[in-house]
Design a protein around this ligand. Sequence first.
Ligand code: SAM
Length: 285
Amino acid sequence: MSEHQDWSQGLGGIVEEIGGHQPPEIDTTLPHSARMYDYWLGGKTNFPADRALGEAFEQAIPSIRTMARENRDFLGRAVRHLVREAGIRQFLDIGTGIPTEGNTHEVAQAEAVDSRVVYVDNDPIVLAHARALMVSGKRGSTAYLDADLREPERILSHPALTGTLDVTQPVGLMLVAILMLLEDEDDPWGKVRKLLDALPVGSHVAITHPSADFNPEAMGQVVAAAEQGQLTLVPRTREQVAEFFGDWELIEPGVVPVMGWRPDGLPPADPQAAYYWAGIARKRS
Ligand SMILES: C[S@@+](CC[C@H](N)C(=O)[O-])C[C@H]1O[C@@H](n2cnc3c(N)ncnc32)[C@H](O)[C@@H]1O
């Protein structure tokens, strides 16, 4: 598979990638967050159930596609910031999503060719796509780990991670649009804490999270639609999102609407138009 694989090849290509059979874990009759996100971003790896719930969300929040794009743009700005300003050369990106343009390794390696990235996701379709991402450049490398954020110890001790990242050196942990997919009962704060505790001083964590703070009514409709579609979606308040950073030092401008986090160019006219909080924090000495 070439580095410049055509991501638009759809499920046919994916099934080929994973050995000619659709594995039983891929249930395309239920909507899935990665494939809905792919749908909003204009990708082709989505199915009628994903599109139906994606459209129900869009009815409640007509700008949902722009929001997905804004979230993705933050990922690019965050990775560039971490490479340029914080000197980060290794990333742990949990909740990879179906690859589209501007994936973490592409942004990081465009800035610093020796950047290393470990992707983690628990979705088999993402797995199939992400395997094709495991391309090593001249010095940089990319690995993929099929694991669940709810098992941080497994992620941290897995050979795919320890063989790719040097966890004695600062790591950029990306938790972009994933934490809302964990119920409170899964203790997402505790899981994130385990990851943060394992990383050395100088590491950074980037988080985005949808919230009802911006438009409670619209977000309420989205949550109701998600429940009907059997999809977990837990919007959280700014305070709850800020708690994920623990005692790490938030870098400027703190936890802000995603569009307002160090925008490229002119500040957006209405930064609250995308209903996500975003922030980056650094582990202090
Ligand atoms: C909305 S997508 C975000 C993709 C990417 N981070 C971005 O912002 O462009 C969420 C991703 O998290 C993955 N995911 C959901 N729950 C997860 C879990 N418990 N452990 C690992 N990955 C998970 C989904 O499969 C999906 O690929």
